[in-house]
Design a protein around this ligand. Structure first.
Ligand SMILES: Cc1cc2nc3c(=O)[nH]c(=O)nc-3n(C[C@H](O)[C@H](O)[C@H](O)COP(=O)(O)OP(=O)(O)OC[C@H]3O[C@@H](n4cnc5c(N)ncnc54)[C@H](O)[C@@H]3O)c2cc1C
Length: 367
């Protein structure tokens, strides 16, 4: 019998498969899509230094390295207010604050390491029953027995089908994403700029930046529809000149921002990890990083899940709170708050200990 069946072969499910195999567990990974389906997904991911170390432990960083852009500095500021702060790799005591990479690159590197006998592609799970000594997973007309099931299906309909409930907080804003270029090299600097509606982030990726721009829904649609020149001018006004002149834009898209949390996250012999357990606002780039930490601990606890929930509770709550607070504090435009934010950012720059804490939270995901 399998120690665990992992449902979903996204980055979290595949990483879990590798970490569990490394811990000597007998697992089976079931992925709905055909092999290689995610390799062309060019969505940008920010991997924290802590995630990088975990990926190193399962032997994939060598494959990731050519496609990964190291973040050497993060520049945090707010529009129309004073106060700014710089976090350097030195503040976190690490050689890079994190890495920026494509979803497809991560998927390909992980898939190369997952052993063929451990995975079945094109196999969608449509139900899981708990039985006395484990679970029976129903997939593609088959019933497969295991001691437990770890659901890493990204937050699709299966979570509700299994009887988990989902709490949702709609931030009422959209994230506009794109690839943009400036007339200067980025030198490994990431920018996080907070405006009235929410943050605007520029992440260095190859020879360009990945843009995540929080806008009111109507505005996001209007900006999405602008021609390239008008888009670049609008972005320049919103962001300023710190990164140089914006000269090109490609791959635009927009989606609504929500915080979605499943309850509970572990029930008897079924656990949820990654986006199936929680979907975060991308403001601090913590979503995948939290998911990888879910998977790392799940691998260490398999096949017993009763301790897993307790082991993950603090990290999850702290990361959700950190991300939510950043989104909330900076998305409010109450009188005086801009001053408070300015003071916060100035204090961050003046107080090495505060800056180190912030840097550690972003790089390692721990407060
Ligand atoms: C535009 C965008 C930008 C983002 N930027 C960042 C960022 O900068 N940093 C960051 O940390 N995170 C970011 N995220 C979030 C990040 O993409 C997710 O945290 C991450 O993909 C979650 O991984 P996962 O493996 O949990 O889920 P997914 O990547 O969604 O993978 C789930 C897998 O499960 C499979 N599946 C689904 N249902 C079934 C089923 N019934 N049976 C079998 N298989 C199934 C799917 O086919 C899929 O392969 C971003 C997200 C978006 C949309």
């Amino acid at each position: 019998m399998f120690d665990a069946i992992i449902v979903g072969g996204g980055p979290v499910g595949q990483f879990l498969a590798l970490a569990a195999a490394r811990a000597g567990r007998h697992i089976l990974l079931l992925e709905a899509k055909p092999a290689g389906a995610g390799f062309n997904d060019d969505r940008t991911l920010a991997l924290s230094w802590g995630s990088w170390l975990m990926l190193q432990r399962v032997g994939v960083t060598e494959q990731l390295e050519p496609a990964a852009t190291p973040i050497l500095r993060i520049h945090v500021s707010q529009r129309g207010g004073f106060g700014r702060s710089e976090l350097t790799a030195n503040d976190g005591g690490v050689s890079a604050l994190g890495y920026v990479i494509g979803y497809g690159d991560v998927q390909r590197a992980l898939a190369q390491r997952v052993t063929a006998s451990d995975v079945r592609y094109h196999t969608s799970v449509d139900g899981i029953d708990q039985v006395d000594d484990g679970v029976v997973v129903h997939a593609a007309g088959e019933n497969i027995a295991a001691r437990c099931a770890i659901v890493a299906e990204g937050g699709g309909p299966l979570v509700a089908t299994l009887g988990f409930s989902q709490r949702e907080k709609d931030y009422g804003v959209h994230a506009l994403v794109a690839r943009v270029r400036t007339d200067r090299s980025h030198d490994g600097v990431a920018y996080e700029r907070f405006a009235a509606v929410g943050p605007l982030a520029l992440l260095p990726r190859s020879d360009s930046f990945a843009l995540v721009w929080t806008l009111a829904p109507d505005d996001a649609q209007a900006v999405l529809g602008l021609d390239d020149q008008a888009f670049l001018e609008r972005l320049q006004r919103a962001f300023g000149w710190r990164a140089g002149r914006f000269i090109a834009v490609a791959e635009r898209g927009a989606f609504p921002l929500v915080l979605r949390q499943s309850e509970p996250r572990v029930r008897d012999r079924i656990a949820l990890v990654g986006n199936a357990a929680q979907t975060l606002h991308p403001v601090a780039g913590q979503g995948l990083n939290l998911g990888l930490r879910d998977a790392w601990l799940a691998a260490a606890h398999l096949p017993k899940l009763d301790e897993l929930d307790r082991a993950r509770r603090l990290d999850r709550a702290a990361t959700v709170h950190f991300t939510d607070a950043l989104a909330g504090i900076f998305a409010n435009d109450w009188p005086g708050l801009s001053w408070a934010r300015g003071l916060g950012l100035a204090a961050l720059d003046l107080l090495p200990a505060a800056r180190r804490t912030f840097a550690r939270t972003l790089t390692l995901g721990r407060l």
